[in-house]
Design a protein around this ligand. Structure first.
Ligand code: CTP
Ligand code: MG
Length: 245
């Protein structure tokens, strides 16, 4: 585990990274929050935070943890991050973290702890796009499966042109004011158990829906940023850690 560092109360470069880790990890099936599941002897959250620190050493770091958690909170503290109790959904966890941002933060990256092997270069690309003036930045990869649409009954509606599709990853980058505005527009307030808006599965889709005047800028993601969701993903993650030595 990394050694003790105090969470900084302000963000010297105006950048904060929110790492969402308040999920339960039901599909992984370890009977513990996914971010606590060990990968080569260290919890997923520790892998994730170590990479963020390496990529963005000056950023202010916030981690959403499940209600009542003590273990992830300890991992966060050991990595110089502040723990914030998450909400019932990912979107509500993000809203709670936004409400806890230190003053002076002007840009926010939102990252899944479950994408704990994301290379530092991806963080650098997202930040560079923000510094170039983008207000909403999403890392993406090409789609390699052939993809077919279906109707509500599951009947085929035909093959979709995969050349016109991209798979979306995190960290996603935003101007703070914009991200706060679209969360508010969606009713995602920290003290409300509001339903997530239908069809919204990431932070950038909130911008598309509630602030369409801001184009979502795409940068290259990385295959190693895959999300650990099911047991097979953990097999791949172990192999990636081993390959990095
Ligand atoms: N997350 C969160 N708060 C929630 C739900 C999810 O902070 N209420 C976080 C997870 O911890 C994870 C990321 O959002 O890092 C992506 O969610 P997902 O992969 O679905 O993780 P879990 O919700 O933990 O897994 P599952 O859906 O299988 O229970
Ligand atoms: Mg989930």
């Amino acid at each position: 585990m990394m050694h003790h560092r105090t969470a900084s109360p302000s963000a010297p470069d105006g950048l904060a990274v929110v790492v969402v880790a308040a999920g339960s990890g039901t599909r992984l099936g370890y009977g513990m929050p996914k971010a606590l599941v060990p990968l080569s002897g260290r919890p997923l959250l520790e892998h994730a935070l170590t990479t963020v620190r390496e990529a963005l050493p000056a950023a202010s770091l916030l981690v959403t943890v499940p209600a009542g958690d003590t273990e992830l909170t300890a991992v966060a503290a050991a990595c110089g991050a502040r723990a914030v109790t998450g909400g019932a959904t990912r979107a509500q966890s993000v809203a709670r973290a936004l409400a806890a941002l230190p003053s002076g933060v002007t840009r926010v990256l939102v990252h899944d702890a479950a994408r704990c092997l994301t290379p530092p270069a991806v963080f650098a690309r997202v930040l560079a796009a923000l510094q170039d003036g983008a207000q909403a930045v999403v890392p993406v990869t090409e789609v390699t499966d052939t993809v077919r649409g279906v109707d509500p009954a599951g009947r085929s509606t035909g093959t979709v042109d995969r050349a016109a599709l991209r798979a979306v990853q995190t960290p996603q980058g935003f101007g703070r004011a914009l991200l706060e505005r679209v969360n508010g527009a969606a009713g995602l307030l920290p003290d409300r158990g509001a339903e997530d808006p239908a069809g919204i599965t990431d932070d950038a889709s909130l911008v598309e829906r509630y602030a369409p005047e801001h184009p979502v800028v795409l940068v290259a993601g990385d295959l190693e940023s895959f999300k650990i969701t099911r047991p097979l993903d953990l097999v791949l993650a172990r192999a990636v850690v081993e390959s990095r030595g």
